[in-house]
Design a protein around this ligand. Structure first.
Ligand SMILES: Cc1cc2nc3c(=O)[nH]c(=O)nc-3n(C[C@H](O)[C@H](O)[C@H](O)COP(=O)(O)OP(=O)(O)OC[C@H]3O[C@@H](n4cnc5c(N)ncnc54)[C@H](O)[C@@H]3O)c2cc1C
Length: 236
């Protein structure tokens, strides 16, 4: 049985919880992979049971493991919210093949909501490992307050000259002072905003319907399938 011990929890955006875990020596993974986590004990009834899959949001080079999730009223998520440091989870994995391709490809990350988790891991990995892929992140959210890791990405953009952050906020009142993009995340937006889009690899992550729509738009814009990678967060 493989076990992870929780070391902390914090809210990282409205309705969005991050849990951290001690990283066991045998836990070897690549940025973008996921784990299946079983809560120690379900405190509330849940028809889907005590397990869910989460992308590891931290990089292999970071000392701890993080996962981040949107809270809901499922028994599983209500249980997560009450977890205290010291709680021990069974896990399966790490697993998954949604990985950052090696330099020299430029990468365009398209993330909807909590689909940001693999990209936090990949960017932290690129910085720590000294990769120099040019990376663009287009990140769609309702508002800055609902955007997990928004401040972290802003800070990374100041430090790393190969990283360009393009958040878009799609549910702001007209008189809101947000100075940036407000249009929906789309293939058209990526092709308009990213100068290297003609050569880059596109990475899509978010709820299945969003990933499917972005994938179809990229095909419509004649981006070949060989330049598209995707991960659907099944269950949203
Ligand atoms: C590879 C991968 C990576 C993921 N990474 C993340 C991540 O980083 N962060 C994150 O928050 N989530 C991630 N997810 C999604 C996560 O596993 C959960 O599915 C999601 O968080 C919803 O869980 P919930 O308890 O809130 O909702 P649930 O109670 O699980 O319900 C969610 C939806 O599923 C439907 N549903 C309910 N029961 C079933 C059933 N038995 N079978 C099928 N559908 C059912 C419901 O109608 C509802 O619309 C990932 C999923 C995958 C596959």
């Amino acid at each position: 049985m493989k076990l992870l011990t929780c070391t902390g929890k914090r809210m990282i955006a409205e309705g969005t919880l991050e849990l951290s875990f001690q990283k066991p020596a045998e836990f070897v993974f690549e940025a973008g992979q996921n784990i299946n986590l079983k809560v120690p004990e379900l405190l509330y009834e849940d028809a889907r049971g005590p397990r869910r899959t989460f992308t590891v949001a931290s990089a292999p080079e970071e000392p701890e493991l993080y996962i981040a999730t949107r809270l809901s009223d499922s028994g599983y998520k209500r249980t997560l919210l009450e977890i205290e440091p010291g709680a021990v989870f069974e896990y399966l994995g790490p697993q998954g093949s949604f990985l950052l391709e090696a330099f020299p490809h430029s990468a365009i990350f398209l993330a909807g909501g909590i689909g940001i988790t693999p990209f936090r891991s990949m960017l932290a990995h690129a910085v720590a490992a000294g990769l120099r892929n040019t990376i663009y992140l287009l990140y769609g959210n309702a508002r800055p307050e609902t955007s997990a890791y928004h401040e972290w990405f802003l800070a990374q953009e100041k430090e790393a000259d190969f990283f360009h952050y393009l958040p878009t906020m799609t549910d702001l009142p007209d008189d809101h002072p947000w100075p940036g993009e407000r249009r929906w995340l789309s293939a058209g937006l990526a092709l308009e905003r990213v100068p290297e889009a003609g050569e880059a690899i596109f990475y899509l992550c978010g709820p299945p319907k969003m990933v499917e729509a972005l994938d179809a738009q990229l095909h419509e814009k004649e981006v070949p399938a060989q330049r598209i990678r995707s991960e659907s967060l099944w269950g949203y």
